[in-house]
Design a protein around this ligand. Structure first.
Ligand code: GLN
Length: 484
């Protein structure tokens, strides 16, 4: 079994051939079988899961039908799911239990989705491999010697390994798209604001978005539609135009679609096996009438520096709330200052400390103008590159990553090499654009994703294009080589 099909399960539930409790138990069994290898989860609460499944069955028995009713879902462990711990992949929030539901969680649960687990992640969503979790690395179902990608490692692996047909991650600079590409699933970073951030632990607030993950664009749309839209509890939230098209997603007509291919993203650094998959995927889009157009995004070389300056600055500020007073862990010591120092020293891992230091440095007097302010200006230039490109093309297609999943430990001692894996995913995040990854083939047996980037609020259109691609290809249906 690979990613399970949400739409097939929904039909089974509607016909009475399946029950929500049966599906929830099947998911719990599958987790029990594979967690020893994959380590994708931080918390399972079968009591809450089975109660939700029985409630969904009661609603189904009353004749209620809705896209997520009875469907098992997994939440990244930086989302508040009431009564379950929120670890954030960190020791510093150990013992903290969510007192309320995040808006995205609340909307999914109100629609009848059945929560089956919380997912492992890089500490506070900082990482590209899934190795920076205080609870040990998650492994890739396609090759457990390799990383699944991060930071939403567990949410992606949960879908890839068939733990659940739908999961939520978060994407600040690529955290659902990079692992989605490494593990052969479909994952969307929505336009900034389309999904509420209320109840999501903040990493870098001007970049953070919740990212839905599923086995196909069609399945992803089912969960996305019940969550999207304004939330009075998040002042940056927005209405999603065309949200009604997410129900019963239809494939886009690709004839005449102009697909921009940014020159800077198809340079010599791309692994040849990855390149071959992308060329074939682009040919499949062209076969349906889409037209590839070369475009330029000239400020791309500044993207990594810009992203890491802005995100670490915001991280330094956001993570200051973990002080031993308000959440989770407290390491007792002499004075208040001593207690805070001891708690933060013992509670944060190496990568979190590195970023807090970098961000604090960028924001400090004398460096603010040279680093933070300059990065904000570069962000504007990067955004303008996209605005200009969308004057000529409808969407952009790019690699998600220059290579496939790397080996565990391969980049752990070289933060710069790790950061470079994000080169193609940070740009749409900086420009607040929607972007998704969809399975595009295999290189030496490992999955390769194709990224589609749209203009602001073109989220539904991106999913319709991905759906058209997935009607014509079978990559997304290939399961990882796990024993059943
Ligand atoms: N890999 C990027 C980082 O480490 C993106 C993280 C994310 O999107 N949460 O910052």
């Amino acid at each position: 079994m690979g990613p399970c099909s949400l739409n097939t399960w929904r039909e089974g539930l509607a016909a009475g051939d399946l029950s929500a409790e049966f599906l929830a138990r099947a998911c719990l069994d599958r987790m029990a079988r594979h967690e020893g290898t994959l380590n994708a989860l931080t918390c399972r609460r079968p009591d809450l899961t089975l109660a939700a499944a029985r409630a969904a069955d009661a609603r189904l028995a009353r004749g209620e039908r809705s896209p997520m009713l009875g469907i098992p879902v997994v939440f990244k462990d930086n989302l508040n799911w009431r009564d379950a711990p929120v670890s954030n992949g960190s020791r510093i929030t150990e013992g903290y239990v969510a007192p309320y539901d995040a808006t995205v969680v609340r909307r999914l649960l109100a629609a009848g989705a059945v929560p089956v687990a919380k997912a492992n992640m890089d500490e506070f969503a900082m990482g590209s491999s899934g190795e920076h979790s205080a609870f040990g690395p998650t492994r890739n179902p396609w090759d457990p010697a390799r990383v699944p990608g991060g930071s939403s490692s567990g949410s992606i692996v949960a879908v890839s390994a068939g733990y659940a047909p739908f999961a939520l991650g978060t994407d600040t600079g690529g955290s659902v798209r990079l692992p989605g590409s490494f593990c052969n699933v479909t994952a969307l970073r929505p336009t900034y604001g389309v999904l509420s951030r209320y109840g999501v632990t903040a990493m870098a607030s001007s970049l953070d978005q919740v990212g839905p993950v599923a086995g196909s664009a069609e399945d992803l749309a089912a969960g996305f539609q019940v969550m999207a839209g304004p939330d009075p509890l998040d002042a940056t939230s927005l209405a999603l135009p065309g949200a009604e098209r997410l129900a019963g997603l239809r494939p886009a007509a690709l004839k005449g679609l102009r697909i921009g291919l940014p020159r800077e993203y198809f340079g010599p650094g791309i692994d040849p096996g990855v390149r071959a998959c992308l060329d074939e995927a682009l040919a499949a889009l062209a076969a349906q009438g889409a037209e590839g157009v070369e475009v330029s995004l000239p400020h791309t070389p500044y993207a990594i520096d810009t992203y890491y300056l802005i995100s670490t600055s915001e991280v330094a500020s956001n993570l200051s709330r973990f002080d031993g007073v308000r959440y989770g862990r407290r390491d007792a010591a002499g004075t208040l200052q001593d207690m805070m120092e001891a708690t933060r020293d013992a509670g944060f891992g190496t990568e979190a400390k590195r970023r807090i230091l970098l961000g604090t440095f960028c924001l400090s007097k004398g460096y603010y103008d040279a680093f933070y302010l300059k990065a904000l200006k570069a962000r504007t230039l990067i955004t303008r590159d996209f605005t200009r490109a969308f004057g000529h093309v409808d969407v952009l297609a790019t690699p998600v990553c220059p290579h496939t999943a790397f080996r565990l430990g391969e980049k752990l001692d070289d933060p710069m090499a790790m950061y470079l894996a994000d080169l193609f995913t940070v740009t749409p995040a900086l420009a607040a654009l929607p972007a998704l990854t969809m399975p595009a083939g295999f290189s030496a047996g490992l999955p390769v994703g194709l990224q589609l980037i749209g203009p602001p609020l073109a989220d539904v259109r991106l999913l319709e294009i991905a759906h058209a691609f997935q009607q014509a290809t079978r990559h997304h249906l290939v399961p990882p080589p796990l024993e059943s």
